[in-house]
Design a protein around this ligand. Sequence first.
Ligand code: NAD
Length: 496
Amino acid sequence: MTYQVTHYINGELITSARKQNLFNPATGETAGQVCMADKTIIDQAVAAAKMAFPNWSSVTPLKRARIMFKFKALLEQHIDELAQLITAEHGKTLSDARGSVQRGIDVVEYVCGIPNHLQGSYAENIATEMDSYSLRQPLGVCVGITPFNFPAMIPLWMFPMAIACGNTFVLKPSEKDPACSIRLAQLAKEAGVPDGVLNVVQGDKEAVDVLLVHPDVQAISFVGSTAIAEQIYKTGTAHGKRVQAFGGAKNHCVVMPDADLEQAVEAIVGAAYGSAGERCMAISVVVAVGDVLADELVRRMQPLVQNLKIGSGVTAEVEVGPLVTAAHWQRVKAYVDLGIAEGAELVVDGRSFKPKGLEKGFYMGGCLFDKVKPSMRIYKEEIFGPVLCIVRVPDFQTGLQLVSDHEYGNGTAIFTRDGNTARTFASKVQVGMVGINVPIPVPVAYFSFGGWKRSLFGDLQMHSTTGVQFYTKLKTVIARWPETAKSGSSFNMPTH
Ligand code: NAD
């Protein structure tokens, strides 16, 4: 039986004429359809959000927080159902999907403290009989455009924070796995989010292009690939909007000769191949310091990569699911072909892997390249699949420079037992999120998430304090309540 994913506007499920097929990546079969928004649908959603803003922004932060508490409880109750929706459309394993929903719930939990996070500051007597205070006010209609790889977590980075700050929201999820977004909106309604405060529009470039220039949209949060992030940032800011646009990544993991190799190898294999490498914080490059260490890493990693348990994400013992679409499978395979043509050494070749009985699914076995050179495209470009490249460097400084010189700067990690090496790496490396003996350093909800360089266009990261800053405007008030009225104009710059 097939299903249809609709839009969600003003608390109602709305269909539209243009549709796109949805696949179950585990079987390769068409599973449903998603409605694709045109300008009329976008205008409807933005109008609903605009209409809801005056009332919603007047609701006290404490009442908004209480709704967030209920939303958090509902998400926890429905975590398995949400994970199933994700696995059915994305392909990742159920346990991985569940973990990703939990990371989204963590942000909702942070947002439950919004009355505190919105507090400004107050100073008495900034001048005689004058006081000053600052406050944070919502922006209006905010938009979130999200990628396929975290259909619950990334929307949950955005809309709970935005609406808790008093904004209204239009979410445009990935058209590859949209079902989860509608469930999130329904649960938000059940928690008490009024109609119009959170709207969901399904679609692609056509929908995004309308949102980007819409005069009633105040801010845009985007997460996706770098070329599109850059274009979203440029167009959105040119149209006067506040924009944070998160792009792609090439996350390097430096392994020092003194590292605990057993721990490092296991951590790297999980971080590189988990979720079939379709994570913006996946390790995609290992920087091996010294040839002796590199040989040993390859020797230890080869059997682990060859023996990854790959299959349908709903099967309990499976570690790695399929890629998201047939087109993405082709793209990843083309990169593996390219790596061979460029002269890298393919130690493990997963291109022809097919699990028994699921031959039409979009599966790719783990691929491991050794002796990758920084000049190769498989090193420079994001592959976003189960492909790990080993680059050999002679010493730590060369490794540090290599990581810092890459155009992406999302995440990086170092494995070492030497505190000074780790500290130097964390201090000097030109990357936004750093792990020390931690392979995927995704900040928890009360720290901010965001990369550097071409991994983030804009100034403010996601969630925690920078999330509050992104979704609010700062106002500073100076108030004077003199005991006795003073007359006369002053034509000089006021001083204290
Ligand atoms: P994508 O860029 O193809 O799509 C992201 C969103 O943009 C989707 O909602 C999509 O519908 C929309 N979109 C696609 N093409 C568009 C166009 N031409 N104009 C306007 N909008 C368009 O990304 P994806 O394939 O869904 O996700 C994978 C990418 O996201 C990877 O590059 C990954 O590194 C990145 N990502 C980054 C982070 C981060 O925090 N930096 C997190 C997760 C994913």
